[in-house]
Write a protein that binds this ligand. Structure first.
Ligand code: ADE
Length: 350
């Protein structure tokens, strides 16, 4: 359907934002930008992209970086497995692919952290191959354009989206076509109050003709949000603070944190001391916890209820088994470690 693609590309040529990853065909730079932009808005991602590609201008320079350094660059962006996978893939490409990205879709798809979206983006932007991208913006454009009622998070919905995305692609200009449809989703075909009067596809759009734009995309019900109750403890002694690297295989793996306990229920203020003593295996008089800050942090399927306390131990810390898993570092060095966002806010903005 070149008519749709022609209209898209004509619009894009006049309205595109000037973004640095659009001025290159280097698969490494395109890959870095797409990993950042997967779950991050352009306005936020731009600064990270510029800093990361300045520090690591080539895949070889990234491949020799430490995971701590890459996570530090990534601090605040969230979904940290993106950074860990990016580093692992950089090392694999340098060690096993002579430093060259695979230049076809199946080869790209084999790499850690590269799924159908990223493989299509690199294949089309760097190698001009006709693979259509489907991200959230594109899904919104397509479901409205074709009034697609299938939920986009179902297996059939994903197949249908992929089919529609390829059906409207101009295979002679796959890279520009992909950029154009993503840009339309970001700037015009927005989730709420889409700007249909200035949309180049408005005459062909089934949702626009029926006035049903905001019913699309259709999604299956979201999974229930899990509530978690966490107490972080700021323990300072002789100008040193206790921290530890997270090893749990979750989204914050590899980041650092303060001593932490988790409770199965909300924590009333008058029970904080007792709860901490119990969790740390100490008698209650052995410590004093002072409430410093309470906040909430929303993850995709979890709501974290965070309590920050300053903790004083009235006994020798070496006797405290709980702290054996933590190390005491100079307070001045806290800035050198990567922490999850709510900890950054607590440590550095208070
Ligand atoms: N979001 C994901 N990829 C993008 C790109 N290449 N340009 C703008 N926004 C994007």
């Amino acid at each position: 359907m070149p008519k749709i693609s022609d209209a898209l590309i004509l619009w894009y040529n006049h309205h595109q934002r000037d973004l640095p990853w659009r001025n290159t065909h280097d698969p490494y730079l395109i890959w870095v930008s797409e990993i950042i932009l997967q779950q991050t808005q352009v306005a936020t991602g731009l600064d990270y992209y510029l800093r990361i590609t300045k520090k690591y201008p080539t895949i070889a320079s990234m491949a020799v970086a430490s995971e701590d350094d890459v996570l530090k660059m990534w601090q605040g962006l969230g979904y940290y497995s993106r950074a860990r996978n990016m580093l692992a893939t950089a090392k694999i490409i340098v060690d096993n692919y002579q430093g060259q990205f695979p230049c076809d879709y199946p080869g790209l798809l084999k790499l850690k952290g590269i799924g159908p979206y990223t493989a299509s983006a690199i294949a089309s932007f760097a190698f001009h191959l006709p693979h259509a991208v489907v991200d959230g913006n594109v899904a919104r454009v397509l479901t409205r354009l074709f009034a697609m009622a299938e939920p986009i998070d179902s297996i059939n919905g994903k197949k249908e989206l992929d089919r529609l995305a390829h059906s409207i692609m101009d295979v002679k200009q796959p890279g520009i076509h992909n950029q154009a449809i993503m840009e339309l989703g970001a700037l015009v075909c927005r989730p709420l109050s889409p700007q249909c009067s200035s949309c180049p596809l408005n005459k062909m759009c089934q949702a626009n003709s029926r006035g049903t734009q905001e019913l699309f995309p259709v999604k299956n019900k979201r999974v229930a949000v899990r509530h978690r109750y966490l107490i972080y403890m700021y323990i300072e002694q002789n100008n040193k603070v206790y921290i530890a690297k997270r090893t749990d295989n979750d989204i914050w793996k590899g980041l650092y944190q303060l001593p932490l306990i988790e409770l199965p229920h909300p924590i009333p203020q008058h029970e904080i001391n007792q709860s901490i003593a119990l969790a740390m295996g100490l008698p209650e008089p052995a410590l004093t916890a002072q409430l410093l800050h309470e906040t909430q942090h929303q993850l995709t399927h979890q709501k974290l209820h965070l309590t920050f306390v300053s903790l004083q131990l009235h006994q020798d810390v070496n006797q405290c088994h709980f702290l054996k898993n933590y190390e005491a570092i100079d307070k001045q060095q806290l800035h050198g470690y990567a922490f999850p966002k709510p900890l950054v806010t607590f440590l550095f903005a208070h």
